[in-house]
Structures are given as structure tokens and as C-alpha cells.
Design a protein around this ligand. Sequence first.
Ligand code: S3P
Length: 185
Amino acid sequence: MLHLMSATRHLHNLALIGFMGTGKSSVGHLLAAQLHYTFVDTDELIAQRAGKSINDIFAQNGETTFRDYESAVVADLAHLSKTVISTGGGLGANDANLESLKQHALVVCLWARPETIWQRVGHQTHRPLLHGEDPLAKIRSLLEQREPYYRKADVLISTEMRSIREVSLQILHQYQSAQGRPVHG
Ligand code: S3P
């Protein structure tokens, strides 16, 4: 669903927000290929800027520094066009970041249940927020905290029981219809 708001927006990018493991990178790569857009991933931009991995930023500098990197990268994204932007899971759970993205992109949030997320990411090690004793409980509590922000996306799409291709097709339809008529916000 597309929420209509007040001032006219110029949508020349597509931004994917949502929790870890909801498929932002996979869906984003496919969308970029289908639209003939460039693909960027905010975690990759941050790692380049910091000269170290996301794990190392968290371990050596802490989460606050990482969030500062996210805000700086979000500001730079405003200069892009014809780009699919995949974001780290916490980036879209922030009003200032969301507002900034909405200036130039249709903001799509990908959604999944905590159990599904855990199945998808449980074998991976590059997510510092899930390195604690009870990662599923951590996923549940973070998802609950972030849900009110994620719901502010222009479009909210469940990735439960859907393939990457199905999800991307649905997003393409939303993006094309959002560009075909005035979108406000
Ligand atoms: C984070 C999600 C990660 C990465 C960092 C923090 C989060 O990105 O930005 O580990 O706060 O949810 P993915 O959503 O791509 O895993």
C-alpha cells in the first residue's frame, strides 16, 4: 500500500529497509538488474568509508559510531539517481534517516517473522547484534522496537512464503505505479 502525503516527491531511486535477513540485498540486486539501475548497499559504503568491516566498527568503536556512519551515508545518498539502495537493518529504524530517504526514493520495507529471520541468518556470523547468548530473543525485541519505524515506509511487503523473484516483482509494480502518478510526501 502506498501512503499519500502532502508535498510532491521526485522518486528516482528505490530504497529497501527492514530487518536483517528479510532479503534486502538479494531482492535489491535483482531489482537493480531489472530496472537497469545501480545497486548500493549502505553497509558496504560504511565499510569503505571506515576502512574496516561492520564487525570491527562495532567491536572497536561501538554501535553509536556505526549509527553516525549510517547517518552520514544517508545524507550522501541524496545525490544518487537510478539507484537501488539496500540499507542495514537499523538504518530505517530512525525518523531522520527515513525522511531523508523519502526525499528521493520510494521506501519499501521488507518484513518477516522473527523465527523466519532466525532461520535465514542463524548460520551467518557477520552481524554483531546477534552475537549474544539468545539471538532469537534479541531478534524479537529489536523487531518489536523497530516495527513502528518500519511501518512508516511507503510500502510494506511480507517476504514470508515468497521467492525473491515474487517479492521483486511486487516492488516493481509499486515503483512503476508510484512513478506513473503523483506521489506525495
Ligand atoms: C544491523 C543490520 C546489519 C548491519 C549491522 C546492524 C541492524 O545489516 O547494518 O550489523 O542494526 O539491524 P543487515 O540488515 O544487512 O544485516
